[in-house]
Design a protein around this ligand. Structure first.
Ligand SMILES: Cc1ncc(COP(=O)(O)O)c(C=O)c1O
Length: 397
């Protein structure tokens, strides 16, 4: 049999999605893959029913249905203060996942370097490799996951073509400050690099933090490629709707990549999602409040377990330090959590460049009752901490 492409040997299948499958096999509460177990807002459901009976069952315009792009432009304009032309500044994609792949293939030639902060959302390294680029890593340091300015400046010395900024960040919950983004932008300007931002959690930011749109910083627009998504904001991860927002010259090229990758995002879902984009500003305040409450409930249980964890500033992930439980690897720990406690998380090592076995990542985008059920299960941890001999990691799942 012929050999498959060697670039695919450099990374594995998604660990996050793998843990999700394991969770369902063992009927564990899935706090691994970040998706809600509650419904999208009612106006979206009603619009979806209506769209099913409308003339939306064939390909939409490849770079996005006009009504959807117009609604998107209006929302982005109101969020960022930037003038947005739906004909020139947008490509609608299948989620931020495709948007990131499109951005990388648009920005990078084979052999180009791309700066990735570590820990990182696992897709970024796959995106870099699939687009022929080489990731170079700049560490973020716990507990608040700051980068070291000198290390970042040093990384830019290797003449990267782009830097990827996940803001708010998965898995760290870091929200980049205006100061940090300005510093990143200044370095990108100095070395003539693109800034590729991934912002699907733009509306899930906890007070007193707030989201700063990189593209809206002075002088940023010409080199910033913003990737974003409706998945998290409207609880519709299965609808696969996202977009790239950038300057017309970049979008003209990005449309080509998108066209040949997917042709287009699902037409009936673009039609229905307009109802989400047209929700009033109060919806986003409510969303932040709902997630603040979920965060508080989940963190309260974590505090009672006695395990240290990071307090997210944004997004809906927590890195829990499980080193006190004494597992040899975090994968062993993740499997034990599924089997013994019935709660699924993601081994933190899948997000780090360097070997790191300290963390499991859990998310809290779940109904209150699901979070409390998971929390109650986690409350068995203090007992194991007091009696570590009861932990048996060796049973195979
Ligand atoms: C940082 C980040 N980017 C992108 C995605 C994927 O989003 P989408 O559903 O829009 O493809 C996720 C999903 O968890 C994410 O956390």
């Amino acid at each position: 049999m012929p050999q498959t492409a060697s670039r695919l040997n450099v990374f594995t299948e998604s660990v996050i999605r793998g843990m999700s499958r394991l969770a369902s096999r063992h009927a564990a509460i899935n706090l691994a893959q970040g998706f809600p177990d509650f419904d999208p807002p009612e106006p979206l459901l009603a619009a979806l029913e209506k769209a099913a009976r409308g003339p939306f069952h064939q390909y939409a315009v490849t770079w996005g249905a006009p009504r959807f792009r117009q609604a998107l432009a209006t929302k982005i304009q109101s969020d960022t203060g930037l003038p947005v032309d739906p004909e020139q500044h947008l490509v609608v994609t299948c989620g931020s996942t495709e948007a990131m792949m499109v951005a990388m293939m648009t920005a990078c030639n084979p052999g180009d370097r791309v700066i990735v902060f570590s820990p990182f959302y696992e897709n970024y390294v796959a995106d870099a490799i699939l687009s022929g680029a080489e990731p170079i890593y700049v560490p973020l340091y716990p507990p608040d996951f700051r980068y070291d300015s000198a290390e970042l400046a040093q990384a830019f010395e290797s003449k990267p073509k782009a830097i990827i900024v996940c803001n708010p960040s998965n898995p760290t919950g870091k929200v980049f400050t205006r100061h940090e983004l300005t510093e990143i932008l200044a370095l990108a300007e100095k070395h003539d690099a693109f800034v590729i931002t991934d912002e699907p959690y733009e509306h899930i930011v906890y007070e007193p933090r707030y989201h700063v749109y990189t593209a809206a910083l002075p002088g940023a627009f010409a080199r910033t490629i913003t990737c974003n998504s409706l998945s998290k904001t409207y609880s519709i991860t299965g609808w696969r709707l996202g977009y790239v927002f950038a300057a017309p010259e970049i979008i003209a090229q990005a449309r080509k990549v998108h066209d040949f990758l997917t042709v287009g995002a699902p037409a009936p879902l673009q039609e229905a999602a307009v109802a989400g984009l047209e929700l009033p500003a109060s919806y986003y305040v409510g969303l932040r409040d709902i997630y603040t409450s979920k965060r508080d409930i989940f963190l309260d249980y974590l505090r009672q377990t006695g395990l240290p964890f990071t307090e997210p500033q944004g997004a809906y992930y927590v890195l829990v330090d499980i080193s006190a439980l004494g597992f040899a690897t975090d994968t062993e720990a993740a499997e034990w959590f599924i089997r013994e406690l019935g709660v699924a998380g993601v081994p933190g090592s899948s997000f780090f460049r360097h070997p790191e076995n300290r963390f499991l990542r859990f998310h809290f985008a779940k109904r209150e009752e699901t979070l409390r059920a998971a929390g109650e299960r986690l409350l068995r941890i203090p007992d194991y901490l007091a009696n570590p001999h009861r932990i048996n990691p060796s049973r195979v799942l």
